[in-house]
Write a protein that binds this ligand. Structure first.
Ligand code: ASP
Length: 400
């Protein structure tokens, strides 16, 4: 049935999602047999990332041409990314104060054994921006370095004049082929989504989730509020379009993010949706979206706000207003440094906990259910990128 050509792809993916949940509930652990299908889908998505981002960004940078235009788009993008992230944390903090998810929670025995992984220092984050070896950056998939080299190369190709033109058309042709390939990979999405969600559902029974019901509720409610208020607001005010148009357009990347728990894996799908469904130019989408997948994490930041309060409440260490403001600052910075891969937000949570003097073991409290929180936050991370891309495109005079 899923292969039926008459059912639009997004519906097929939705059906895969619902059937996956059912299979996870019904078959429990046995559903592990479908895990390879999910892993193949994930591998196919990851395969697309580097060549797609690199080629389309070289073309995008070349079509912007003037470094001043690039600077303006860059600043607009950064400001929007930071502002939406800060608002997300505030929403997380408000919900954490209101729902009190950690109050009355008995600390788990194993908490003290948790070894907090080390978060990268600010100096390392800055140094890591510069690719001393662009081929290595591409091989390792270091997104910010890839972005920076592609921008340099695109602008330089324009400056090289006639001789630079074949390079631009080579990458143009490569980007086109990569978009085609993205479309082909997405045909396997209904099966991949089915398998990924089935395995996740089978792993998390009600008994695992119940003690954390309030944290889960706070993170999911926060994500929904952020999308409905902030993204709808930005689309209405700046793009002058209905939020329905926007949310309909980003269904596929949102679902992909939800099941893969990785902004990076969802990136090719976001780029396809931005151009095909929202009508955003390659020039804007090829720059704004890869940057967003790397540095813009509204969902992650919101989750960190909720979790910091959760930990504080669970340990009976109330947070002052000043400490909560500190969380807004640290979590905004932490979300920039968070990689778009599953579970990265949990590592950065340790940075936020340290900043306000909360026990690092607190991260162990949420580690057990982190995947469930990761689904919602990654979904919002990715939708947030598309929203900012739409706003930037529209303020650059594009008709969406
Ligand atoms: N999984 C998230 C992402 O890829 C990052 C996180 O763990 O918060 O966007």
């Amino acid at each position: 049935m899923l292969a039926n050509k008459k059912i639009p792809l997004i519906w097929q993916i939705g059906i895969g999602f619902v059937l996956g949940i059912a299979a996870g509930v019904i078959f429990g652990d046995k559903v592990q047999y479908v895990d390879p299908i999910g892993q193949v889908f994930l591998a196919l998505l990851k395969m697309l990332i580097v060549p797609l981002v690199f080629s389309s960004l070289v073309v995008g940078a070349a079509s912007i041409g003037d470094p001043r235009d690039l600077g303006r788009i860059g600043i607009k993008t950064l400001v929007l990314y930071l502002a939406t992230t800060a608002v997300a944390i505030v929403i997380g903090l408000v919900l954490g104060n209101f729902l009190q998810p950690g109050v009355g929670l008995a600390l788990s025995e194993g908490a003290a054994a948790f070894k907090a992984p080390e978060a990268p220092s600010i100096k390392k984050v800055i140094l890591d921006l510069f690719p001393s070896n662009p081929i290595k950056a591409a091989a390792d998939g270091v997104m910010l370095q890839i972005i920076i080299f592609a921008l340099f190369l695109g602008v330089s190709a324009v400056l090289a004049g006639e001789k630079g033109k074949p390079l631009i058309s080579f990458f143009d042709s490569m980007a086109e082929a990569m978009y085609k390939l993205t479309g082909i990979v997405m045909k396997t999405a209904p099966y991949g989504v089915f398998a990924l969600i089935a395995v996740t559902v089978a792993q998390y029974g009600i008994s695992v989730l119940a003690p954390f019901a309030k944290v889960i509720l706070a993170v999911y409610a926060g994500c929904i509020i952020h999308a409905l208020v902030v993204y709808s607001g930005l689309i209405t005010v700046f793009v002058k379009k209905s939020p329905f148009w926007f949310f309909k357009g980003v269904q596929a990347p949102a679902l992909t993010a939800f099941v893969t728990r990785s902004s990076a894996a969802a990136l090719p799908v976001s780029m396809e949706a931005a151009q095909k469904n929202l009508g955003i130019s390659e020039k804007v989408s090829s720059f704004v979206l890869p940057l967003g997948a790397t540095i813009n994490m509204d969902g992650t930041a919101l989750y960190q706000g909720v979790c910091a309060l959760f930990v504080a409440q669970a340990y009976g260490l109330p947070l002052t207003m000043g400490a909560q403001l500190n969380i807004v600052l640290t979590a905004t910075l932490a979300s920039i440094g968070t990689a778009g891969v599953p579970g990265a937000g949990l590592i950065m949570l340790t940075l936020v906990l340290t900043a306000v003097g909360l026990p690092l073991e607190g991260a162990a409290l949420v580690a057990g259910i982190d995947a469930v929180l990761d689904m919602a936050r990654t979904c919002i991370n990715v939708v947030g990128d598309s929203c900012v891309a739409a706003v930037v495109a529209s303020t650059e005079g594009e008709k969406l």
